[in-house]
Design a protein around this ligand. Sequence first.
Ligand code: HEC
Ligand code: HEC
Length: 452
Amino acid sequence: MMKFAIFHTSVLSLTVSGAMAQTGILDLTRLDNYANQSKPAYILRDNTPQGPNPPANAITNLGATLGRVLFYDKRLSRNGTISCSSCHQQSVAFSDNNTASPGVAGSTGRHSMRLINSRFSAERRFFWDERAISLEDQTTRPIQDHVEMGFSGTEGDPTFSDLVTRLSAIEEYRVLFAAVYGDATITEPRVQRALAQFVRSIQSFDSKYDVGRAQVANNNDPFPNFTQAENNGKTIFANPPNQGGAGCAGCHRPPEFDIDPNSLNNGVIGKIGGGTDLTNTRSPSLRDFLNPQGQLNGPMMHDGSLTTLAAMINHYVAPPTNASIDPRLNRPPLNLNQTRRDELIAFLRTLTGSAVYTDPKWSSPFNASGQLTLIVLPATAARLQPNAGATTAVFSATGVPGLSYSVESSTNLVQWNPVTTVTASSAGALVHAVTLGTTTTFFRFTYTPPAS
Ligand code: HEC
Ligand code: HEC
């Protein structure tokens, strides 16, 4: 009459390690910590919507887990070849070494952006040109882009609702959406909220900068763990040009190193493939633009045109002017000799963390053949899925003969409501008949020992 779509067996043992990424097992009984990660006390900027408008979207472990699955799933692209992670790779701070990233129909018009600490910015708009009004708004745009993932509804592409139809037919999504949202319905806002939670969870605060910053009262104090060159570089980064600095901090603001929301373009106005583009006023956080080995996580700027640190510093020493350049960069060349350039670079190297490159919670949940092999639900919980046309289903399990168990139901795997009690038969059989409604419901038998 029914099948246990996906269920937990208590004998299943799992090793939680980096190897998890390859097993394709998603264990909802041992969710990774996305919601309550520690962050330094000096990190105050946060673009998480607080509600009511736009609706609050605090990270939850289940929501970010769904976001992780979506982020790594190639089925979110028209022809099943591209996922978000194709262009946002963990090994390069969720960016891409390619200047332009290949999508389902050609390659991107701009360089991919790092997704490190996306949450910790005052700027709430996303993309180089800030055309997305929020991270939630941003997340489904690549899916609906003709070049990137191809559910654009134009040029012969399928539409987003075709994607909803595709995902709704996938068992693991019915389970995951039901677990996160209380029913299995897939909508664009639900996809957006889960993806935004996952992206906001990607944080990096274990850099040398953080070790030093935690020991002083403010950014301008010398950091005890820094070399003299690094401390000098920190001052050059912070001070405005008229005080002998390079003025970087005015736009890339420590300690988040997020972009000043008022920044205009920085004088980089090239376009991949030729032409000019004056619209780029956002930068991702400068944290982790270098990897732990000190190499660039992909070329710099929206057009990927700056490929060495020396070229980047040269650009800022004397920014070429244009009609809408930020006035702070419309200035005489900086007076920055080689020693001071080296010090500035030494400081920039302190902004890189390490865990974010390797933590499995930000890695692909799929196995090597791109599948989820098992979703583990809380103990003895089962999602009842009727055969077509069935109006009732039987939920059964094995218990201890003669003991009374409580039958509990849930629509979100968090809140469990008692339904009735059943007593296990002499063979240990626990059986409960359920009338099926329209809502996906999870059931479990629980046994509570009598108080002594
Ligand atoms: C084909 C490559 C490609 C794919 C696939 C892709 N992106 Fe991107 N992503 C980019 C590029 C390129 C940009 C910058 C585009 C621009 O500014 O016009 C970007 C920008 C972003 C940004 C903005 C970051 C910031 O700081 O403003 C976020 C967030 C993001 N992508 C998340 C995602 C998510 C989530 C997905 C999957 C649903 C995804 N991307 C799929 C290439 C890609
Ligand atoms: C007036 C604001 C402003 C100032 C001052 C400024 N920047 Fe930028 N920076 C930006 C903007 C805007 C971008 C994104 C530009 C683009 O790609 O079109 C950017 C991009 C960058 C990038 C590339 C980021 C990436 O993800 O590719 C680096 C590195 C950088 N800036 C370093 C610096 C340094 C070092 C200084 C000081 C010497 C500095 N910036 C001064 C506004 C500024």
